[in-house]
Ligand binder design. Structure first.
Ligand code: F6P
Length: 418
């Protein structure tokens, strides 16, 4: 019997702990896995040997459900890129990881993360094969951005999309009470891909007439054209509501809100975005001169456990448990993916993809799913999105608030040294 290690990486989602729960439950059921460990703060926790025991933390089935309903990584996260194993620095880090795996007698490693984190899965699986270690490494996808190739969609996206569409619906109600001209700009996450911003269109499927304008990063953004678009909308209605992605860029490729940003980048080289809503708010104030407000949904869209999609949560759990089954069956260097079988009824198959085909790659919104003018989405987007936000979750509460499940982060000594 070998032990299992699991870690989480990248940006938080509301459903990422459901994948952790699914994997841990499957491991506990298995007769081939003995101890179940978690590394704190992703791969950095393995390098620092901040490893905790997970099995002892779940005494009742309800604990797993409470974990699933807790947003953001229960194990903590990191944005850390493993260097090339051939480099001197890389060799030392990979040797360090191998030593830790040997010390904890790890036979199975699961990494829950986005496209950058799948680079870690890829490099580690190759390294273990090269040094002849039977350590199986599997990727469990997650990201609110929904930008992973190979899979129909990514766990975590559906819940973020449900939050965005619901928040937008409520914003629409609020913005329509006064009999004056106004512009409301809602800034939505998604660095390079517009899937999340597209979800802001969903209120139109329940009778709302807004947002009238939607700008995704897939189409170059022209501030002058934006002002013309707003003016056109204002000929028809008093209240113009705009959904804009944090990642919209000018035709020259620079981010629209470049001057509003700190210029800082994370370990993956990604710029910290946000500020485009404020930029457009100032533009409308200066050039159109009506009442204008910008709303940045910011982290609320990825950690709102009170508004999770039941579809998303169930898929995240299933994908975690399937990853363990596949590793036990001998797979390594693979990533779990979802294939959509049908929309009505909504059916998906969970399968396996080659992790090298996901690592560091992005799946953008197809140009045909954005209208010609580049300021709205087309009907295909609604068909695609609607099933993903279906279903509510009866999460546990305490004092009228969601009751979250926190892990005990006391470090676990290696087996045999307890
Ligand atoms: O993980 C994706 C994401 O949520 C993006 O949508 C966003 O731009 C980024 O993470 C923010 O990352 P951080 O929380 O590290 O600033």
């Amino acid at each position: 019997m070998k032990n299992m290690l699991i870690a989480q990486s990248g940006g938080p989602t509301a459903a990422i702990n459901a994948s952790l729960s699914g994997a841990v439950q499957e491991a506990i059921r298995s007769r081939e896995i003995d101890r179940v460990y978690g590394a704190l703060n992703g791969i950095q926790g393995i390098l620092k040997r901040t490893i905790i025991d997970l099995k002892s933390q779940f005494s009742r089935q309800e604990d797993f459900f409470a974990l699933e309903c807790t947003p953001a990584m229960a194990l903590g996260s990191c944005r850390f890129r493993l260097p090339d194993p051939e480099s001197a620095e890389g060799r030392a880090l990979f040797e360090n990881i191998l030593e830790t795996f040997r010390l904890y007698d790890i036979g199975y490693f699961f990494y829950i993360g986005g496209n950058d984190s799948m680079d870690t899965v890829y490099k580690l699986s190759l390294f273990f094969q090269e040094v002849g270690e039977d350590i199986r490494v599997m990727g469990i996808p997650k990201t609110i951005d929904n930008d992973l190739p190979l899979t129909d969609h990514t766990p975590g996206f559906g819940s973020a999309a449900k939050f965005i569409s619901t928040a937008m619906l409520e914003i629409i109600r609020d913005c329509n009470v006064y009999d004056t001209h106004s512009v409301t700009i809602v800034e939505i996450m998604g660095r390079h891909a517009g899937w999340l911003t597209a979800a802001a269109a969903l209120p139109r499927t329940v009778g709302a007439r807004a947002p009238q304008l939607i700008y995704l990063p897939e189409v170059p953004f022209d501030p002058e054209q934006f002002l013309k678009d707003v003016a056109e909308v204002q000929k028809i209605t008093q209240n113009c509501i705009v959904a804009v992605s944090e990642g919209v860029r000018l035709a020259n490729g620079s981010f629209v809100a470049e001057d509003f940003q700190s210029g800082l980048v994370d370990a993956f080289g990604h710029r910290y975005l946000s500020g485009v809503g404020k930029y457009l708010e100032n533009l409308v104030r200066d050039r159109i001169g009506c009442k204008v407000r910008s709303i940045e949904l910011n982290v609320l869209q990825r950690c709102s456990s009170h508004l999770m999609s039941a579809t998303d949560l169930n898929e995240a759990r299933r994908i975690g448990s399937h990853a363990v089954r596949h590793a036990l069956a001998g797979d390594t260097g693979r990533v779990m993916v979802m294939e959509r079988v049908s929309n009505r009824p909504y059916l998906i198959n969970i399968g396996l993809g080659d992790v090298s085909r996901i690592a560091n790659r992005e799946q953008l919104v197809p140009r045909e799913w954005i209208n010609k003018a580049g300021n709205d989405v087309t009907g295909e987007m609604f068909e695609y999105l609607l099933p993903l936000i279906e279903g509510e979750v009866a999460y546990p509460t305490l004092n009228g608030m969601p009751q979250h499940f926190l892990l005990n982060t006391e470090l676990a000594p290696p087996p045999g040294r307890e």
